[in-house]
Design a protein around this ligand. Structure first.
Ligand code: ZN
Length: 297
């Protein structure tokens, strides 16, 4: 029997489960809606139990919505912790999967997992300190510092950093239930929809929305560059599918830094410094498979 790896991309609205070994080898994939923890996790387990009859699964990686406890030495490792999503707070996600399938299980944030996938197969190959950002229904950030996924007190929450908000230029108050006008409150997909009255994918490329969006994202990225000095920034998510946005963000980042950070990557080669994910929309599920590779050793 083949030896493969299992991945779970656990999102707040949908789950994707797959087995495989990498971008050229994803052999089975199922998607279903996220409902209660018991129902949703059991559905994932049933999928892998079926796969286990056909091949050996060396490990399972879980790229999860959060917040999560990613510390393997903690008694609540692999739990989804304080999420406002009904029923999911304090649920033992990794432990339940491990107990049912009897294989090593690794769990991290969706963005840290995607960062690991980009490092292994995508836009961050060969780069050991970088940031991965996703701009979609929410805003999340993860990445690596010196080859280690970013953990600390818990894990980064880059979507909730504060950026300057000019209330006169942009009276929209922001929609984050915790902070109002944090980055996610101002610049996620739902923020665009509420501010402009239509979903971002229907806003024309010359709409004023994109300039303002690029402004907020560039402020956040400039802060991240000044704080962490990453060697690359990978930025994806549904909102970035407006292709005009990334060049605008690059230009504004350079303007905001104003030649202060003296690196050719920013001054001359910013197109290679702030880049889209190499794995595209598969960054999430491949990140989960990358977590499984790592825990399997
Ligand atoms: Zn917030």
């Amino acid at each position: 029997m083949d030896v493969l790896y299992g991945g779970i991309e656990a999102g707040g609205t949908k789950f994707v489960c797959a087995v495989g070994s990498g971008p050229d080898d994803l052999r089975a994939e199922v998607r279903f809606r996220t409902t209660t923890p018991v129902e949703t996790i059991n559905r994932a387990i049933a999928f892998f139990q079926q796969e286990q009859r056909r091949q050996i699964l060396a490990a399972i990686g879980i790229a999860s919505f959060g917040p999560v406890d990613p510390d393997p030495t903690s008694p609540t490792f692999g739990y989804i912790t304080s999420t406002p999503k009904p029923g999911w707070a304090q649920s033992d996600f990794a432990g339940t999967v491990k107990g049912a399938l009897a294989v090593p299980v690794s769990l991290d944030t969706d963005v840290n997992a995607a960062a690991l996938g980009e490092h292994r197969w995508g836009a961050a190959r060969g780069v050991d300190s970088f940031i991965y950002l996703t701009i979609g229904t929410g805003i999340g950030g993860g990445g690596m510092i010196n080859g280690e996924l970013m953990h600390g007190l818990i894990h980064p929450e880059m979507g909730h950093i504060r950026v300057p908000h000019d209330w006169q230029a942009d009276p929209y108050p922001g929609h984050c239930p915790f902070h109002g006008d944090c980055l996610e409150g101002l610049a996620s997909g739902p923020a665009l929809e509420k501010r402009w009255g239509q979903p971002p994918e229907t806003l024309p490329s010359d709409h004023a929305a994109w300039n303002l969006e690029a402004h907020y994202l560039a402020l956040a990225i400039a802060n991240i560059i000044c704080t962490l000095s990453p060697r690359r920034i990978v930025i994806g998510g549904g909102v970035m599918e407006q292709l005009k946005l990334l060049p605008l963000v690059r230009r504004k980042v350079r303007e905001l830094l104003n030649s202060y950070v003296q690196a050719p990557e920013i001054l001359q080669k910013i197109d290679d410094y702030i880049v889209p994910p190499g794995l595209g929309r598969r960054a999430g599920i491949l990140g989960a498979i990358a977590l499984a590779h790592r825990v399997a050793g």
